[in-house]
Design a protein around this ligand. Sequence first.
Ligand code: HDE
Length: 722
Amino acid sequence: MLKKKEVSESGAQKNPQRAEPLVEKNVEPFRVDSVGKQLTTDLGLKINDTDNSLRAGSRGPTLLEDFHFREKITHFDHERISERVVHARGSGAHGYFQVYKSMRQYTKARFLQDPSKKTPVFVRFSTVAGSRGSADTVRDARGFATKFYTEEGIYDLVGNNIPVFFIQDAIKFPDLIHAVKPEPDNEIPQAASAHDTFWDFVVNTPEIAHMIMWVMSDRALPRSFRMMEGFGVNTYRLVNEEDKAFFVKFHWKPLLGVHSLVWDEVQQIAGKDPDYNRRDLWEAIEAGDCPEWEFGIQIISQEDEFKFDFDVLDPTKLWPEELVPVQRIGKLVLNRNPDNFFAETEQVAFCPSNVVPGIDFSNDPLLQGRLFSYLDTQLLRLGGPNFTEIPINRTLSLVTNNQRDGPHRMTINKGKTAYNPNSLNKDYPKPGMDEKEGYVHYAEAVSGKIVRERSESFKDHYSQATLFWNSMSDPEKQHIIKAFQFEIGKLNNKETRQKVVDMFNNVDHELAVQIAKAVGTSPPTREPQPPKKAPKLQASKALSMENTIKNTIKTRKIAVLAMDGFNGKEFSSVKAALEKQGAKIEVISQFLSPIKSQDGQEIEVDKHYVSASSVMYDAVYIPGGQQSIDTMKQQWYVINFINEAFKHCKAIGATSEAVGLLAETDIMEVKLAETKGKAEVVSDKGVVTSQAAPTEAFNEAVTVAIAQHRHWIREKNENMPT
Ligand code: HDE
């Protein structure tokens, strides 16, 4: 195996906390570090000059015999592979999974038995609709695909950050994707659902209602991949040693909580840093802030299959956590960035049909179709059936079968026989040598006529869409309304606009009225469809992000605005307090040169005005210092920075003279600390101020305000600056 180096090719120091690789056998032997090495051809021939092609005379024609030139150009010409037909834009990371205790009761899967064992994983997050180069922060579902390199083979859990899906039957997938992708005549718009063909599909596909509610919510604008939930979406089966099966839904619960950006913010970020989510994941792992999720399972026993007011096989339905609790059974940790985007993140191939003994499929019709599609598309994308030999896709287990040949075959199979049964090789590789080891499909009894029809039990399309709506807090509802108003307002076709209003009247009348109000249609006239069955649950706390974890500021990015003459002691006090809680501080000033505090202390500036913007930060703190504050009062950039942070409902802290700066901004109806020199801390709507130097109480109040993520109460003010 090649030895790991302390420095990268560019000579830059690599993350000192970089975790040791766990995927020893498959990926590691293929890593190459060229530090200290001579340039060679693909065949290892040493090359002395790669800047000048071979010519007949220094001004003459290039010679065909220049094999180095030809190889270099040819390789370049063939560098691109087709992008994924969906989920083209993604970011990956290595890590491990560890179960908390044996899950023997439900499954025989070995990686879910031993709490002392770490199973290596590779995870890829993605958007769905956009091309490879599209922006991260678009309104869309996010993919959350996990490859477990288990001792029994590869297990892929290919999920999303939304627990339900647009359609019930995989045969509708090409229609859905054709509708949401850019329109075929002009390839507009990129990575957006706000266009006529998508909503035309929506209004003709009532089963989509529930998923649309999620996509119009802030769940579709994650603050970070590290702060979103993951869901297996489809119903699978767990099978134990006694061949008893259980229906299961899989969950990933982020330990930093579930947090989102806001629409106005994401649109700015898409221009200012299109790699926002990718960069966030990369930087967190490089800094050793390893993202963590707990693995959850919801179990419904086979006997209870028909006990619910939804069909357990219907992928447009979630299993409310209040009815079927999520059991947290293990932890996923991502601790190592890939070395090479193409070799790892681009070439990785996930497939829901990659399972291990103890995990099986249900008859969920969406899942059944997925079992076909992934392998099919990968055969094209990765150039043939040998893509399982690409390092990132290799299993840790020994592969011994009679599959042979094909493009780019790596394995050198020995022997004359490539068939079973055979006598020449004693029937090796022999199937079923150990009955206990092999994968056995769950022996479900199946009967029925061959038909093309949906089960009646799949035909309630609105109850859970309404459940979702009813579970939202007021700010979340307002954001959903605004999302609809934006999307529907973009439609050219007025009839579709009206149909959207009428369709979502089945979810909630007020929602439909609010959409209609903004997009120039009539309010809904038809009565909403009554639910087929009275739902058991009116609202589910688990669906609202309002109820997520809000007790940590770990990895949050805090902007400090300062100019020469800032108060160094105030800055150091707040910096130390926030960093102690795991936050990241960046100093922003007019120029990148160091700035001097009023008592002569010099500090580095991380970003200057032209490269930093409030949308890149979770919160802002402004230390006092008369000279610094007087300068910043005159700077439009600073005023705008604060106004924007305020508009996006972020925590803002200011001490001593800096409170006076807040008074120059558009912050409205917020109580600020008043008495000069008094250490009293005033915390109102996420704005924390003190007219004195920061005390412990101030630092604590700022920490609490940042941990809230956002202070939506500000949105109640109709006059809030926009
Ligand atoms: Fe996928 N999906 N999908 N999908 N999907 C693909 O496979 C497909 C569905 C998901 O990071 C493709 O290798 C069908 C649900 C993720 O590489 C393709 C249906 C969920 C990823 C495909 C679905 C997903 C994909 C494209 C049935 C959430 C990215 C490239 C309607 C549970 C994986 C590829 C990665 C990728 C087909 C529905 C998640 C075309 C037919 C539901 C996270 O095969």
